[in-house]
Design a binder for this molecule. Structure first.
Ligand SMILES: Nc1ncnc2c1ncn2[C@@H]1O[C@H](COP(=O)(O)OP(=O)(O)OP(=O)(O)O)[C@@H](O)[C@H]1O
Length: 285
């Protein structure tokens, strides 16, 4: 197998109650790439993640991680090189510190090794001041930061995320998307994230794969899906809108001026802070 492929599905089918939930001829996830899996409810996105994580055995076909089939005896060892985060952070009823340390303890790291790793990952996600706090006392955004730190502390090669930001408010979601992308790129991790929020796709992903009724209907960069949707379903899903990367270049009273590749826009100051951000234009705007 090509060494730059981290994980691959070949002729994979998942059938439940005589219904085909997933039918994928070929889907490869390249090293260091962030892929968003998008699609309507029931399209098979979570099923695809479970298959990649070895949690769901496909009815037919093969799923490989680093060239090794997940159908073999090494499943547990292979799964230990992956991490998964869900919409609900699912933290253990203990401190933030112990949550982040949990995977390392299972992997029999020594106490002296665990401490710097926990602190590094807590700092990376801005939760170091919360290390001694009980997980049940965290806000939703804090809890998801801890879940991300816990998952990445174990050094996974493949990071799977199932709607990780769905229950967060838009500003928290945007901030976390940016932080997560920076971390994933710095660490060179391969990531697959299920989402149905296009803004998240643009903030996070290099590539978007649209599923419908268990099949891949389009696979390309987020910009490609937006500019040249394969069919009307993709067009409806990605929305008839343009997303531009903007930069605040001037500020006058209550208004800011934002420079984008398609010209300058004047917006209420509350619409954007400093630096770069995404400008989402709906049809007619
Ligand atoms: N154990 C099962 N038996 C039968 N059908 C199932 C089973 N698990 C999932 N399904 C069905 O498979 C389809 C795909 O489910 P999946 O959770 O993968 O979709 P999804 O794209 O993640 O959806 P959502 O966006 O709503 O989370 C759905 O129609 C679901 O009802």
């Amino acid at each position: 197998m090509n060494p730059e492929i981290c994980a691959a599905l070949e002729k994979v089918e998942v059938v439940k109650s005589r219904r085909s939930l997933l039918q994928i001829d070929k889907l490869h996830f390249r090293d260091g790439e962030i892929t968003a899996i998008i699609g309507p409810n029931g399209a098979g996105k979570s099923t695809l993640l479970k298959v990649l994580h070895g949690l769901e055995k496909p009815t037919a076909g093969t799923v490989c991680f680093r060239g090794q089939s997940l159908g073999g005896r090494d499943l547990l060892a292979l799964r230990r090189q992956m991490a998964m985060v869900f919409q609900s952070p699912c933290l253990f009823q203990t401190t933030v510190y112990e949550n982040i340390a949990a995977g390392l303890r299972i992997r029999k790291f020594r106490r002296s090794e665990i401490d710097p790793i926990v602190r590094r990952w807590a700092a990376r996600f801005g939760v170091e001041p919360l290390l001694e706090r009980q997980a049940r006392h965290l806000s939703g955004g804090e809890a998801q930061r801890v879940a991300l730190a816990r998952a990445l502390a174990c050094g996974p090669e493949l990071f799977l995320l199932d709607e990780p930001f769905a229950s967060l408010d838009p500003p928290t979601r945007e901030a976390l998307c940016r932080e997560l992308r920076a971390v994933i790129k710095e660490e060179g991790i391969t990531a697959v994230v299920v989402t149905h929020v296009m803004e998240e796709v643009f903030l996070l992903a290099d590539r978007a794969v649209m599923l419908s009724a268990g099949r891949v209907v389009q696979d390309g960069t987020p910009e490609e899906l937006l500019a040249r949707p394969a069919n009307s379903e993709v067009a409806d899903f990605v929305g008839k809108r343009r997303i531009l990367l903007g930069r605040v270049v001037a500020r006058t009273g209550e208004m800011v001026e934002v420079a984008t590749p398609e010209g300058r826009f004047r917006l209420p100051a509350a619409a954007g802070g400093e630096g770069t951000f995404l400008l989402c234009l709906r049809e007619g705007e």
